[in-house]
Design a binder for this molecule. Structure first.
Ligand code: C2O
Ligand code: CU
Ligand code: CU
Length: 429
């Protein structure tokens, strides 16, 4: 227990070595371990406090991606934790149940720090999620999956050289799930929930199963959808989360894969970006228990469509810039008014892969090029994949946490783009 009864989590960031392959170790960074970090799990309404100790010999930070919280606690580029220092952010969790995550956000070094292994899941529960009939036994029928591509060099170290002159960063052909190469899951129940995080620096996954079975998307970045959406394929771009339900039959084996993407733009021509990759194998036991069910209705649908819009803004992403400007630590791009709803019109204007992430809020995708968004974009989102040239209109409400001096970020979540300046800053006034 910390100040005023807050629940305290201690997170130690340090360098180490991890054995991904037999007979070799790889130099990695981790949180309370040598690679990735613990899953943090809290309830809505709880006060949380973190002791984030930087045991590296360089600066880093830890950002709570998807969390609604004061800007000074956000762990972005302004909350640098120096070597040997301990940073103690504290806030009250106030948002619906969701699968969030944490990762470093030091300006210019986010790609490198994440690639080395710093990130973890941050799950929020609430009354509704606890009462639901969805699979919920962590690690049994409710399985976290941090999906990351990696390239290993001849020395079994993470490859640092980047293709394409560095414009997307590293693209690897090997996939780690929760830090394991060649991962599998022993399935013991008929229905399994996967909490998927694309924790990769740049790779877009087009998820599907090897037998093209259908699965149900039940939650996106900010929490449960209003209703499940059944599909065979699902895109997940860096930083996005998806919770899916998959049904299994006794004794079967099936592979979760990433299929070549029909995303378009210049992507199809990038070597190594468009492979079919096996992500994880599911091995169902000879007898499966039946403990969970898919409820007909899941969560509350986003409700910002009818709200009065205080301000519209537009964001054009191209050439490592947003609206023709590169990120500058000492420039705040704009201020928003607390309590208001804004609509941001976002477009990827140069055909390359970009997505768009906003700190502090979950947003509602109102329209995509004027039309109703696809079902996977109808829930709360904090990161959205931008198909080339399409206009995404995002509605968001800024609640509380005013601070004229400390900005939140918005940026492309391809980490090399973010580091190269495709990021901006806003304050809540
Ligand atoms: Cu996941 Cu600004 O970050
Ligand atoms: Cu974030
Ligand atoms: Cu980008």
């Amino acid at each position: 227990k910390g100040a005023q009864g807050a629940r305290v989590f201690t997170l130690g960031i340090k360098a180490g070595r991890t054995r991904f392959k037999a007979g070799a170790t790889t130099r990695t960074w981790g949180v309370n371990g040598t690679y990735l970090g613990p899953t943090i799990r809290v309830r809505r309404g709880e006060q949380v406090e973190f002791a984030v100790r930087n045991g590296l010999d360089e600066d880093t930070s830890l950002h709570w991606h998807g969390m609604h919280l004061p800007a000074a606690m956000d762990g972005g580029p302004h909350q640098v934790v120096g070597p040997g220092e301990t940073w103690r952010p504290r806030w009250t969790v106030d948002q619906p149940a969701a699968t969030l995550w944490y990762h470093p956000h030091l300006h210019g070094a986010t790609a490198d720090h994440m690639y080395r292994g710093l990130s973890g899941l941050f799950i929020v529960d609430d009354k509704d999620s606890e009462a639901s009939t969805l699979p919920s036994e962590y690690g049994v029928d409710d399985i976290p999956m941090i999906v990351q591509d990696r390239a290993f060099d001849g020395d079994n170290q993470f490859e640092k050289r980047v293709p394409l002159g560095g414009s997307v960063g590293v693209i690897g052909k090997e996939v780690l799930v929760n830090g394991a190469l060649g991962p599998y899951v022993d399935v013991t129940t008929e229905l399994v929930r996967l909490r998927l995080l694309n924790g990769s620096n740049a790779r877009l996954y087009n998820l599907g199963f090897s037998d093209d079975r259908r699965f149900s998307l039940i939650a996106t970045d900010g929490g449960l959808l209003a209703e499940p959406w059944t599909t065979e394929r699902l895109y997940l771009s860096p930083g996005e989360r998806a919770e899916i339900l998959v049904a299994f039959k006794p004794g079967e084996r099936v592979e979760l894969r990433s299929y070549p993407s029909e995303y378009g733009g210049t992507l199809g021509r990038i070597d190594g970006f468009d492979d079919r990759l096996d992500i994880c194998q599911f091995r169902a036991a000879a007898a499966l228990s039946d403990v969970a069910a898919l409820p007909a209705s899941l969560g509350a649908a986003p409700d910002l469509a009818g709200e009065t819009v205080a301000r519209e803004r537009s964001f054009v992403l191209a050439s490592d810039q947003i609206n023709g400007r590169s990120m500058a630590m000492d420039r705040i791009d704009f201020g928003v008014r607390e309590g208001t709803v804004e609509v941001w019109d976002v477009v990827n204007d140069n055909g390359f892969l970009h997505n768009f992430h906003v700190h502090d809020v979950q947003f509602q995708v109102l329209t995509v090029d004027g039309g109703k968004p696809d079902p996977h974009l109808r829930g709360w989102k904090d990161t959205v994949l931008l198909a080339q040239g399409k206009h995404y209109r995002l509605a968001m409400r800024f609640r509380g946490h005013t601070d004229p001096n400390t900005p939140y970020m918005y940026h492309c979540h391809l980490l090399q783009h973010e580091d190269d300046g495709m990021m901006g800053q806003f304050v809540v006034l």
